[in-house]
Write a protein that binds this ligand. Structure first.
Ligand code: DP6
Length: 329
């Protein structure tokens, strides 16, 4: 496993200089996919079956500081993390891919994503780690290369290298050299995302295992890659023309179609909780009354609402516990 990844890292770093500093630091935003990544064609190089498209969450994300040390240590929001904890293990395993930088690291991670928001921190976490490494090692890599390194940590992290709207191209090559993310389009200042935190309980099956199970056992999954491709095109065009209803419909349909593939896996994957279903109905109710609001859901129970600034007060009134995010600051 490590060998293929190590070779990939070597290929990405070919031609990059090494000019070590005392420490490296960086920030990366969290992101929410409007057209989801679900399914891997290569688990070692973390290559997806389908492309995906996301929006980064402005100044909400992860700040990471890294330095070479005599022994490994990891902290999260100022508190030391046990090295047997899953977060520390994933972080340090990832850093083992970079022996040319060092063997032991001190990693300080700060997440400013509201902890209750139920947003994945692995995307911004691995993106910030790669950006901090780039700073520490003085590689001066471009965004495309950085996104490919972040991809090895977590697929969605490839998109968190960039701000705004981002597409992660699935690519076709077996060596992973054409599977990278890139930003597109100008800012859409009126765009709003609302987080409805329904549960912050640890999910029983993580995304990684969930998507593998879906690919292996779901009959419905066969139609997913084509749907994802169509949705990306629809959403890209809607972003360029600032056609919010078209974007919202495609994003909501995409998320629910992904959940249909999960539910049709075996054993079934049901990430939605009773309150999630209640909120899906509530979104449909207020939309039927004329409010332009749509939803998206990742591999968990929490609902994310999509709407425009002009409807913010009405959406907040209809969903009292809403946390509103302005992705373009
Ligand atoms: C449902 O990026 O967490 O949020 O590559 O295995 O680390 P790994 O998976 P991850 O999966 C994210 C899945 C999703 C959809 C998305 O963000 O596109």
């Amino acid at each position: 496993m490590i060998d293929i990844q190590t070779q990939f890292v070597k290929n990405v770093l070919e031609g990059a200089g090494l000019s070590l500093k005392d420490s490296g630091s960086a920030f990366a935003p969290s992101n929410i996919a409007l057209s989801k990544y679900w399914g891997k064609r290569d688990p070692e190089l973390n290559l997806p079956i389908n492309s995906s498209l996301s929006i980064s969450l402005g100044n909400l994300g992860t700040k990471t500081k890294i330095r070479l040390a005599d022994a490994d240590s990891v902290s999260l929001n100022g508190t030391p993390v046990d090295l047997n904890d899953g977060f520390a293990i994933r972080t340090l395993e990832f850093l083992k891919l970079f022996p040319m930088v060092g063997t032991h690291f001190e990693v300080r991670t700060e997440n400013n994503i509201p902890t209750a928001a139920g947003l994945a921190s692995s995307a911004s976490g691995f993106a910030a780690l790669v950006l901090a490494l780039n700073d520490l090692a003085g590689w001066e890599l471009g965004g495309r290369m950085l996104s490919m390194l972040a991809r090895l940590g977590s697929g969605s992290a490839s998109r968190s290298i960039f701000e705004g709207f981002v597409q992660w191209h699935a690519g076709n090559c077996d060596d992973g050299s054409d599977s990278f993310a890139e930003p597109f389009s100008k800012p859409w200042n009126e765009f709003r995302i609302g987080i409805l935190e329904l549960s912050n309980a640890r999910k029983p099956v993580g995304s990684r295992d969930g998507m593998n199970r879906t690919v292996q056992t779901s009959e419905l999954y066969k139609s997913w890659p084509a749907q994802a491709n169509r949705d990306i095109e629809t959403i890209r065009t809607a972003i360029h023309t600032q056609d919010f209803p078209t974007l919202g419909k495609a994003a909501e349909n995409n998320a629910l179609a992904m959940h249909a593939t999960m539910m049709s896996a075996w054993p079934p994957l049901l990430y939605l909780q009773p309150e999630s279903i209640e909120m899906i109905h509530q979104v449909q109710r207020v939309r039927a009354e004329g409010l332009e609001v749509y939803l998206t859901i990742d591999a968990g129970p929490n609902i994310k609402l999509l709407f425009l600034e002009e409807n913010e007060s009405q959406v907040a009134a209809a969903f009292p516990r809403l946390q509103v995010i302005q992705p373009f600051g």
